[in-house]
Design a protein around this ligand. Structure first.
Ligand SMILES: Nc1nc2c(c(=O)[nH]1)N[C@H]1C(S)=C(S)[C@@H](COP(=O)(O)O)O[C@H]1N2
Ligand SMILES: [Mo]
Length: 338
């Protein structure tokens, strides 16, 4: 794993990094809006608005990502098309950088991830404070492709690079009081404008926090990602390290982690604190338990079906990971414990 800076993307032409599909998409929407023939006469402002739909205003200082060394874990493949890279890095939820899907890609490019410190403490035998380079030396990186299902009923299929959360927790050693694991995102309002006020940050009380039971955290699916599509994470996806728990709604997969604390009590979690009647602690993907304001029975797969004909697919129990995780919830009422 390398987080060292490489020569800037500035030397690349935009045609080198923008796949054809994006240009085709753009042509299609201009056509769909009946603007094709008059493209040249669109007032500048309107035209900019159209291009904003695609998040194509390239940031002036694109964040540098680096290739990672990893092995592919064939035990974690998804028999569905991967979501195109350009969608994965331009359609994000990361309220610290703004509440629109295109905001994180636009506002996070200057985010500093070097140096970065991650602390593992609480109910552990040996608390660990790590720089990211130390983490690299400790953990073997692997690629796993997982479905990601947002509570807002859209989804993606993403190839992550990282390591199982359990292998890091085992290095710290759990005490007999270890019952839950709490996670915390960096708090730095200077860098993260959404943290300056609850209004700008979508109402969340920052820093963003999340939690798992110890059994969930030790499940083999729970993953700490440091990259996607073979390269270190772009900031909008949670650089330099984020959680990925694919059987749970996306908001559990907390980004840009600075602390992992093992606890004897259930920790507070951000969306649950904000609206407990809408977002539970467990947040397991469940097509049978609707969100109070919308159905969870189906989802829109991002990047498929075109812009005006959203392709909807059935949502699977535990997001398709029932076999691996349903044992964690034996005897638990999943309607009550949503
Ligand atoms: N710190 C932090 N982590 C976060 C969020 C956030 O706003 N802040 N959004 C969550 C939500 S709602 C989702 S769906 C996923 C989205 O991950 P992605 O942008 O990499 O697809 O990140 C999750 N992690
Ligand atoms: Mo989400």
């Amino acid at each position: 794993m390398h987080f060292k800076k490489r020569p800037s993307w500035d030397t690349l032409k935009s045609s080198d990094i923008t796949p054809e599909s994006v240009f085709n998409d753009r042509r299609n929407i201009i056509k769909a809006l009946g603007l094709g023939a008059v493209g040249a006469s669109i007032p500048g402002q309107v035209q900019a608005g159209i291009f904003d739909l695609f998040g194509e205003n390239k940031p002036s200082v694109p964040f540098i990502t680096s290739p990672l060394a990893f092995t592919v874990n064939t035990g974690f493949e998804v028999n569905e098309a991967k979501t195109p890279f350009e969608k994965v890095i331009r359609h994000n939820n990361f309220y610290e950088f703004g509440t629109d899907k295109s905001d994180p890609a636009e506002n996070a490019q200057d985010f500093k991830v070097d140096p970065w410190t991650l602390v593992i403490d609480g109910e552990v035998d040996h608390p660990i404070t790590l720089g990211l380079d130390d983490l690299t030396k400790m953990m073997a990186l692997e690629e796993r492709t997982y479905r990601l299902r947002c509570v807002e009923a859209w989804s993606m299929v993403i190839p992550w690079v990282g390591f199982p959360l359990a292998s890091l927790l085992k290095k710290a050693g759990l005490t007999s009081k270890a019952k839950y694991v709490a996670f915390e995102t960096l708090f730095d309002p200077e860098q993260m404008p959404g943290q300056k006020s609850r209004l700008m940050g979508g109402g969340i009380h920052y820093p963003y926090v999340e939690g798992l039971t110890i059994a969930e955290a030790m499940n083999d699916l729970s993953f700490l990602a440091v990259g996607l599509y073979g390269k270190s994470l772009p900031p909008q996806n949670g650089a330099p390290i984020r959680l990925v728990v694919p059987w749970k709604y996306g908001f559990k997969s907390i980004k840009s982690l600075v602390r992992i604390r093992v606890m004897d009590k259930r920790p507070p979690t951000s969306w649950n604190q904000l609206a407990p009647q809408e977002y539970g602690f467990y947040a397991n993907v469940n097509p049978d338990v609707d969100h109070p304001r919308w159905s969870q029975a189906s989802e829109r797969r991002i990047g498929e079906g075109g812009l005006f004909s959203a392709k909807r697919i059935k949502t699977l129990p535990f997001n398709g990971y029932e076999e691996q995780v349903s044992g964690l919830y034996q005897g638990l009422n999943l309607t009550k414990n949503f």
